[in-house]
Design a protein around this ligand. Structure first.
Ligand code: PLP
Length: 365
């Protein structure tokens, strides 16, 4: 059994995929080929924004937006401690300070009620993370950003395709960024990412930043990076995107089945009424998580921990925040366990997982 089954996905789309990749190889337009612009316009339309700019990763997408906003030393950016490292890494890379506010206990997304208290005269932006496939409370957070004249960037690296009040993740604030890392709900065959925005000026700056700050070739107006999305990845993503809506439905069906059959003592993921999750992860919460994970491993059930260390406990941030704060994120890191989740998971496999989980919980829970 696989935690994420990219092999079955490839076998299922093999003909289209091989053709799309062969087209790129035949064209030899590996950089800025037509597939990149096609993917950008296709996904901008899907998200419901005017502009999309492809990048070499989700991390570079987030970094480029903060660069375009000239965030740097002396600035603060409010974000979540319960996320992948790069959310706060990009803030600190630019010399700014990540300011963590705790998450809600039900969704593990940023708690909007704590945001205003964290705003100081140095605050420049708020960076909510939409974790496990479900949007953060973007309505409240974007409203706080507007009220205080701050920029708002949604880290939608896990939530692409998810909706909040019927609108798509990444299109809910000034800018949203996603990742096409292979394990994401919409993943390529390597690294990739994209920024979405209605701000035409921001999009222009992002296009310059991803090519070393140039406006015209070899004329550099500012510092940028080598941050382009490969043509090959764009071609792969166009093939996968054609199946994405079906895959989301499968993920939601699989999540429903898990939720209906979780053993007692296991907390399933909570999705709020205004949200639809893409379940990029199906993450349960459980006492004695490590023992349960080991018992599942013994039975051949692969699991993962997203994430074992909250960001305010990461050695890289040891000098900026008191470890004893943020109790909800701290406890969640000890309880979370992600079960196998991908669109090709069968009911038989889910039953095996659920049976093993019930046994593990009875023994250790
Ligand atoms: C995956 C992920 C990233 C980073 O994306 P990469 O494409 O791996 O650089 C950032 N934030 C979150 C929440 C993620 O899940």
């Amino acid at each position: 059994m696989r935690f994420i089954d990219l092999q079955t996905q490839y076998e299922t789309y093999k003909e289209e995929m091989d053709r799309a990749i062969a087209e790129v190889l035949a064209s030899c337009q590996f950089i800025n080929g037509p597939q990149v612009a096609k993917l950008e316009s296709t996904l901008a339309h899907y998200v419901g924004v005017r502009e999309a700019v492809g990048f070499s990763s989700g991390t570079d997408s987030l970094l480029a937006v903060l660069m375009a906003w000239s965030i740097g030393p002396g600035d603060e950016v409010i974000t979540s401690p319960f996320t992948f490292f790069s959310t706060a890494e990009v803030i600190a890379l630019l010399g700014a300070k990540p300011v963590f506010v705790d998450v809600r206990d039900d969704t593990l997304n940023m708690d909007p009620h704590q945001v205003e208290a964290a705003i100081t005269p140095r605050t420049r932006a708020i960076m909510p993370v939409s974790i496990f496939g479900q949007c953060a409370d973007m309505t409240s957070i974007h409203a706080i950003a507007k009220k205080h004249d701050l920029s708002c960037l949604e880290d939608g690296c896990q939530s692409f395709g998810g909706t909040h009040h019927g609108r798509r993740s990444c299109g809910l604030s000034h800018a949203g960024a996603t990742s096409f890392f292979p394990a994401k709900a919409l993943g390529g065959y390597g690294d990739g990412g994209m920024v979405f925005t209605d701000d035409a000026d921001l999009a222009l700056q992002l296009k310059s930043i991803r090519e070393h700050g140039q406006k015209v070739r070899y004329h550099h107006m500012r510092l940028g990076m080598n941050g382009r999305l490969d043509t090959l990845q764009a071609a792969v993503l166009l093939v996968k995107f054609a199946h994405f809506e079906d895959e989301i439905k499968q993920r939601q069906r699989i999540a429903r089945y898990y939720l209906d059959h979780l053993p007692a003592g296991v907390r399933g993921p909570v999705v709020l009424a205004e949200n639809q999750s893409v379940y990029s992860q199906f993450t349960i919460r459980i006492a004695r998580r490590d023992q349960v994970q080991a018992a599942l491993q013994q039975e051949g059930i692969p699991t993962a921990i997203h994430y074992p260390v909250p960001l305010h406990h990461q050695p890289a941030f040891a000098n900026i925040i008191d470890k004893s704060t943020l109790p909800i994120a701290t406890r969640a890191a000890q309880e979370v366990l992600s079960l196998p989740m991908h669109p090709f998971l069968t009911v038989e496999q889910q039953d095996r997982i659920l049976d093993a989980l019930a046994r593990a919980v009875a023994q250790h829970g």
